[in-house]
Each structure stands twice: as C-alpha cells, then as structure tokens.
Design a protein around this ligand. Structure first.
Ligand code: CKU
Length: 603
C-alpha cells in the first residue's frame, strides 16, 4: 500500500518515468467494460493524448458531450532491476472517479478528479517485461461528489452532465502520469513549519517513513551551500540570516531528506522549499510579518484543444502574462490545480489561494444568474449531505497533504459559492473548517468564496472564515449597463454592512468583472463591450480603495474559458482579461496600469 502524495522525482533511490503520450481510449456507454474484460484489452481502442481532456479533440457532438464510463490503456515496460522496490503508476488526476487494473488485477479506485493517487503494482508487475495498465474513468456528476451537479438520462439511455457550476465538465487523464520506483523503506511524507527569529529562521520539520531507519535532513541555499542540518524524524533546522521567500521575489532552498541504515542510504528525497510565514492579524494578511495586498485572478485550467489538460506551455504563458500585468496572486478556482502550477508559483513568488473542488453546492444550472435571487434550497440539509461531507473532507485532506509544503500556498479556500443562508449550512462549514486546520501543520488562514446572496443579513457562515472572500457582480448580474451608478451605490451599502458585522477581519474580492467579447467596442459603452469591462473594473476599484479592510482583488477571470452551452454563455464565459488564446483585452492594460502602482508587499 503506498500512502504518499509526494511529487515523483529521480534520486539515488528513486525513479520517475513519464507515461505521458498516446494511450488507448474507448467510450463505454453501456458500462460493459469490466464484464467484457476491457481490463485486459480494449476492443478497437482509439489513440488519444495524455495529459488532456478528451472532449475537444472530436468533431462530433456525441463524443464531446459524452457522459459515463470511459477507458484508457497503455503497455509499459518495468525494468528487471526494479525487483525489490515499490513500483507504482501515479496519476496526477483522473476526472472524476477512476479504477485502475494492471495486468488484469484491480488495484485502486479514487474519487475526486483533481488530486493525485497511485496504483501500487509491486505485487502484480512483470519485471523485465511489458505490463498492461487499464483505467476506467467516470465523469458523471451528482450531489454526493464534488464538483456537484446532476446526470440526466435521455430517453435513448444516453447520459448528459448537468453541472451546478459554470465551467465545462472536462474529464479524463488530464495531468501527468508517472511510473515510479521507490525503496520499500522510504520517505512517505514530510512537513515544514517556519518561524522567524530576527534575521534567522527556524524550520521545524517532521518526516514520515514507511519503516524504521535513521533520518537526516539537510538544507542547501540557492548556491548549493549547506546552511542547516539535523537528524531524527522530527527536529528543527536553524537557518542563520535566512533568505525569505517574498512576494514576486522568491528565494528557494533545497531540502534533502535521507534515510539510512548504518552505512547504506535507503532513500533520498529532495525538493525546493521557501521559508516564509503567513498569518491573518486584525484586518491584514501578513507575509513574513508584513501586510500584503493581493492583485490577481481567479483562474481556470482551460485552453483550446486540451481542455483542462496540463500543458507546460500554457502554464508558462500564463505566468508570463501574470508577471507582465503586475499580478502577485491567484486562486485555483474551482479545484486544486496541477502540481507543476504550484512549483512554478513557488519559483515566481506568486501567492496562491488553494481551492478544493467544493463548487456547485447550490442546486442550480445557472447559479451565476440565480445567485442574487435569495432562493433557498437547504443544500446542506439533505439526506445525502453526510456522504457529501465525507467526500469533501477527504478531498480537503488530500489537497492539504499534497500542497502543504509549498511556500506559495498562503490560504485554503474550502468552498466556492455555497448556499449559506440556511441554518443547516453552519455546522457543515464548522466541521470542514476545523478539519482543514487539523490537517494543516502550518495552520494557514481558511476562507470560502461568498456568492452574491451570501450577504451580511443572510449569510450564516462568514464567521468561520479567517478572511472574507467576496464574489460580487455589481454592474453585471446586478444593475448592469445604464444602472452602473446605482450598482456602485448598492455595493457601498453592502460593504458598510460588512464592515459593521466583521470589523476585525480582512476582506478580499475573489470575483468581480463583466463578460466582454474581445474586439466589440462602442462609444458610449454597452454591456459586453471592452469599454464596459473597464468601467465595471474602475467602479469596483473605487469601492475597494475606499475600504481599508479590503486587502485584495482577484478579478474574474484570467482568461475566457469554456462552459456548458446555454443562452447565458457565448461559446463560454467571456469575463477573461485575456482571451482564451492568451491575448489581452483592453482591460488588461487598465489593470496593468493600476497594479504596477500597487506594491507587491509592504517594504
Ligand atoms: C462566475 C454568482 C457568481 C458565480 N461565479 C462563479 C464562477 O464559476 C462563474 O464563472 C460567477 C460567472 O462568471 O458567472
């Protein structure tokens, strides 16, 4: 049994071989695969790239919109010299539910389509020969799994995903897949807690191993000089004159963990780590004890052709655009992103609000439209709520285990736009928030994104958040176009009420903005035009600037992105500051002008 979420690496004791590339692929609309031994061989498989979502490769609607079981397969060689090691196939994610067979043997199932898991093939592998991997994935939506939605069955028996969320239900093997070899006695996990002592830092660590062995920990600076070391499964690294990890000025050390048994090195794991502290104090978010103002985006993992598939090229372009525009942060709306995004954020000094896939906790196919109607559905008082809560907590635990050592992760977002106006929501929220604290060695601040109708007089859950994250669409869903002046007035009224209700907490905006069709413009502006997007941004910014408690603005969205078809969406959501092809709308220049003047962090 492997119980590690550490990122796969090569070291003197470990191997990580990429299994990315073309895989066999087949849809299984009747769900016959297991019975008909597809675990051993798919009948007439198509050939499809991994990582990627399958939907946008195909030219027919039935395949793009396919909902149900589908299969991937690949044959891989396992070297003879790996005999005696623990050997795994490690999936960056499988969206949303998956079961893995290797050489016909069922090994592991996983729920939650945005977090990694491994199939331990040690006992079933053919060493020095080929091995057959088969993965059954399912992309149906329900109210017991996140993201929430429904699966509709048409009269002909085919299924359709009906999300309660505003992004396309992309699915498949969307992230890197690795064949991993690790020693039997190994490092399963480690955690770090930083504290600053004048110019020095203390890094308290704990190392979890899969067997008895001596543990040695070393910390090297960016030049490769050893700066601190310690022995034992728990201890403290004393770092003299520490180079702190700062916003947009990241400094990364390398931590090297070693397991030994007398003279022999049993295992070695190393990673780049930043030293920094984060806390909420009064109305401020402090990084290394200094107030920060978040400038940036709610993003999506979304691009032409590959859907939600991980692409290092798209990632690179996105970071270059975020640097150009003067951003210093983003939220992983609305699911944990691929691990490589956090590695890049660590390098580039971006602050990340890490969000679990708890989205759609409000049964509506157009929650963006119904959000301000005050509709109540008692979403957290259903018979199925305990199941949902269990899944939610498991995903929170996996996300925190996976991401806890990243300096870039400064907060956890535990839900996006859930229903909060029903009393049954309160105990649900309390449990999830307490759980996140229990899981996180660094006890980072926790938040959730409040939907329009979670207002000072209706929200029953804001008190659990360490800082309040508002999604507000004044000037768009509420009082748009010619009513924008009134929108500003009503917006300020709401802010005044929040200031009275939560006088001692920071506020950030995790969403605001306007759908904008690139290249449509009008004088004077109309909704959907580039000028109007700028007017909405400017109106919101006036409001933000008038409240000291507002310590961040993350505009919705970084780029245009794909959604389910419908009369509210023109080939997707067009609130991007950049187009889906990552070119600027006029709003990008507006934000650059503003954000270049706001410091990344107080000096
Ligand atoms: C965004 C009520 C606001 C819902 N919020 C969630 C996000 O996923 C949507 O894309 C709004 C929108 O553009 O409507």
């Amino acid at each position: 049994m492997v119980n590690t979420l550490l990122y796969p690496i090569d070291s003197l004791s470990r191997r990580a071989v990429s299994l990315n590339g073309m895989w066999g692929f087949a849809l299984d609309p009747k769900g016959v695969g297991v019975k008909e031994n597809w675990t051993e061989k798919l009948p007439c498989p198509d050939s499809i790239p991994v990582p990627a979502s399958f939907a946008d490769f195909y030219t027919d609607k039935k395949t793009r919109e396919y909902c149900g079981d589908f299969w991937y397969e690949k044959d891989v060689f396992v070297p003879a010299e790996w005999q005696g090691k623990t050997v795994c196939v490690r999936f960056g994610c499988a969206t949303h539910v998956a079961t893995v067979w290797v050489n016909g043997v069922e090994l592991v199932s996983h729920e939650g389509g945005f977090l990694p898991f491994s199939a331990d093939i040690t006992e079933v592998a053919v060493y020095g020969g080929m091995n057959h991997i088969a993965v059954k994935v399912n992309n149906e939506l329900s109210e017991t799994r996140m993201p929430c939605g429904q699966t509709k069955v048409r009269p002909d028996g085919s299924k359709r995903a009906a999300p309660y969320f505003d992004f396309y239900n992309y699915s498949g093997l969307q992230r890197n897949v690795w064949l991993v070899a690790m020693p039997k006695t190994r490092i399963e996990d480690y955690e770090l807690v930083h504290s600053l002592k004048g110019p020095d830092a203390e890094v308290a660590y704990t190392v979890k191993t899969s067997g008895a062995a001596s543990v040695a920990v070393k910390l090297y600076d960016a030049e490769g000089e050893l700066v601190a070391e310690s022995a034992g499964a728990e201890g403290v690294l004393h770092v003299k004159d520490a180079h702190l990890w700062q916003v947009r000025r990241a400094y990364l050390y390398t931590i090297v963990l070693r397991l030994t048994d007398g003279e022999n090195v049993l295992d070695e794991y190393s990673e780049k780590v930043g030293i920094r502290t984060v806390e909420v104090r009064g109305r401020e978010i402090l990084l290394n004890g200094k107030p920060v103002y978040l400038k940036g985006f709610g993003k999506h993992e979304d691009a032409d052709m590959i859907g939600r598939g991980f692409s290092p090229a798209v990632m690179k372009r996105d970071f270059e655009l975020m640097k150009w525009i003067g951003a210093n942060s983003f939220r992983t709306s609305h699911y944990p992103y691929s691990e490589e995004m956090y590695q890049m954020a660590d390098r580039e000094g971006f602050l990340v609000i890490d969000e679990v896939q708890a989205v759609g906790c409000f049964p509506s196919l157009m929650n963006f439209a119904e959000a301000s109607t005050g509709k109540k559905t008692a979403f957290f008082a259903k018979e199925t709520t305990p199941q949902l809560l269990e899944h939610h907590k498991r995903s929170v635990e996996e996300m925190i285990r996976r991401d806890k050592n990243h300096a870039c992760v400064i907060a956890w977002s535990l839900l996006n736009e859930p229903e909060t106006n029903d009393p049954a929501a309160t105990p649900y929220f309390e449990e999830v928030f307490a759980w996140a604290h229990a899981c996180d060695p660094q006890k980072r601040p926790r938040t959730f994104a409040l939907i329009m109708n979670s207002k000072p007089d209706t929200c029953q859950c804001h008190q659990v958040a360490d800082f309040i994250s508002l999604n507000r669409y004044y000037g768009w869903y509420v009082l748009g176009g010619p009513d924008i002046e009134e929108a500003e007035f009503v917006f300020r009224k709401e802010m005044d009420a929040w200031m009275a209700l939560e006088p001692n907490k920071p506020f950030i905006f995790t969403e605001y903005g306007a759908d904008t069709h690139a290249a449509i413009d009008k004088l004077p502006s109309v909704m959907w035009s580039e000028s109007y997007q700028n007017e909405v941004l400017a109106m919101c910014e006036r409001v933000f600037d008038d409240y000291d408690a507002v310590v961040g603005e993350q505009v919705w969205n970084f780029a245009d992105f794909q959604t389910t078809e419908g009369i509210m969406r023109v080939d997707g959501n067009k609130k991007g500051i950049f187009t889906r092809q990552r070119q600027p709308k006029r709003a990008a220049f507006h934000l650059k002008e503003r954000w270049d003047l706001i410091p990344n962090c107080a000096e």
